[in-house]
Design a protein around this ligand. Structure first.
Ligand SMILES: Nc1ncnc2c1ncn2[C@@H]1O[C@H](COP(=O)(O)OP(=O)(O)OP(=O)(O)O)[C@@H](O)[C@H]1O
Ligand SMILES: [Mg+2]
Length: 426
């Protein structure tokens, strides 16, 4: 790795050695001294914001203004005025002439974040200023000049936006003179543990706590997680665990409580038809979806085992099979490692689950007393009862979900999910 690259990483606190990340950073360093427009492409949370900072800091414009504009956060009605300024009286409320970012940043750099969100009429103005350096304030017919370098970023599929008529093709090619791709975290597994350690140190210092450490099995687990929210998600995870976890050595079981292992997250995130996934609420939605999917997988597994028990008869099951079945029904935390014991468990979902009960506790010999209950699909009346109970609890506690969840003996998360499931948001 070149000294220059290492320098940049140190200066900006960028962690990682993955070739695609290095290439992206090197490209930024390389184009920085020019005035070429750069488009940074990458999923949410991959670190796109480092690129315009590097480009500005390594350019001759570094002592001039650097302005970040989040195009997705400015209302459509005011974005032209924010970017290009307005004349007094241009619209209701325009009591004085105002300079826009393109005037203020003259000589410097503007970072247009979430550029895919720009309204079409603003795209026309932007194309003009990119091509000729010319713009007009809103409500003015006087052409002004500016000299601004543009770096733009997007996490949306621009080709699709162009195809759908939401983004001008000519503007795309003008912005995209040089494209820098930031790789998702799941494609740079080797960087995950490095980043974990960096964030563990940062947050240990911030919260004055000892540093978190990953158990070797947890390292393997975390390196194989898909990280739909990329580095931002990893950073939030480490922050949360730093504050919440008492034990500083994070085991794979502990980690699994925070990041359930599954594989279809990227599809949820990359689907251009789904709303943007980069806020906490949608992360939570994704988590609920995973939990739902996991639950239905477990239910499938349970029906299969129940069929096995019915077809073969409990008495004919081998020791190994009985143990396996019990492991399906018993939470891992309650399982013992004694392979000779058949776990006694109380079935807390009697309708849905076939039950193998060994009343006399731990001994395999007693397993002959196995009882098999019919496996029935979740009945509608059960759902109705559940719904009624939830409504009653919410009414009783005047909509306060924490109290209602306590009363129902379920977690707030479960209550939240059920409220959604039964459309009880009102
Ligand atoms: N390689 C890295 N080393 C250290 N921190 C990183 C790295 N990549 C990202 N981060 C951190 O992760 C967080 C998210 O990065 P950033 O804000 O640049 O994401 P983004 O790609 O702009 O996402 P979005 O599209 O959602 O705006 C930031 O706190 C950033 O500092
Ligand atoms: Mg960003």
């Amino acid at each position: 790795m070149s000294n220059e690259l290492q320098n940049i990483k140190n200066r900006f606190g960028i962690i990682g050695n993955f070739p695609a990340l290095n290439r992206a950073l090197e490209k930024a360093i390389q184009v920085a001294p020019t005035d070429i427009s750069v488009l940074v492409i990458g999923e949410s949370g991959v670190g796109k914001e480092f690129i315009p900072k590097i480009i500005h800091a390594e350019s001759k414009r570094k002592h001039q203004p650097y302005i970040v504009v989040n195009c997705g956060a400015i209302p459509e009605g005011t974005i032209d005025s924010e970017l290009f300024g307005h004349e007094k009286g241009a619209f209701t409320g325009a009591t004085a002439t105002r300079k826009g970012y393109f005037e203020v940043a003259d000589g410097g750099t503007i970072f247009l974040d979430e550029v895919g969100e720009l309204p079409l009429q603003t795209q026309v103005r932007l194309l003009r200023v990119l091509e000729s350096g010319e713009f007009m304030k809103v409500g003015s017919s006087q052409v002004q000049k500016t000299n601004v370098r543009i770096v733009a970023a997007t996490n949306v599929n621009m080709m699709k936006a162009i195809h759908d008529g939401r983004f001008r093709e000519d503007l795309f090619y003008r912005l995209n003179t040089v494209q820098i791709d930031m790789p998702p975290l799941r494609e740079r597994k080797g960087d995950i543990h490095l980043l974990f350690r960096k964030f563990a140190i940062d947050f240990a210092e911030k919260y004055r706590m000892p540093e978190l450490e990953l158990d070797p099995s947890a390292v393997h687990y975390i390196e194989n997680y898909t990280f739909p929210g990329n580095v931002r998600q990893l950073r939030n995870l480490v922050e949360q665990m730093t504050v919440v976890e008492r034990n500083r050595n994070i085991t794979v079981e502990k980690l699994a409580e925070y990041i359930p292992m599954e594989t279809h997250l990227p599809m949820v995130v990359n689907n251009p038809n789904t709303p943007k996934q980069n806020d906490f609420a949608s992360e939570r939605e994704i988590m609920y979806k995973i939990l739902f999917d996991m639950r239905s997988d477990i239910n499938d597994l349970k029906s299969l085992t129940s069929e096995l028990i019915k077809n073969r008869g409990a008495a004919d099951l081998s020791h190994q099979e009985k143990n396996l079945i019990n492991r399906i029904y018993t939470p891992e935390s309650q399982q013992t490692v004694n392979s000779n014991s058949l776990l006694y468990f109380e079935n807390n979902n009697p309708v849905q689950t076939p039950t193998i009960i060994s009343n006399s506790e731990d001994h395999y010999e007693d397993v002959e007393d196995i009882e098999v209950e019919e496996n029935q699909p979740e009945s509608l009346s059960l759902q109705n009862n559940e719904k009624d109970l939830i409504i009653k609890a919410l009414e009783k506690h005047k909509g306060r979900r924490n109290k209602a969840a306590d009363e129902l003996g379920i977690s707030q998360r479960t209550l939240y999910r059920k409220i959604k499931q039964y459309n009880l948001e009102e």
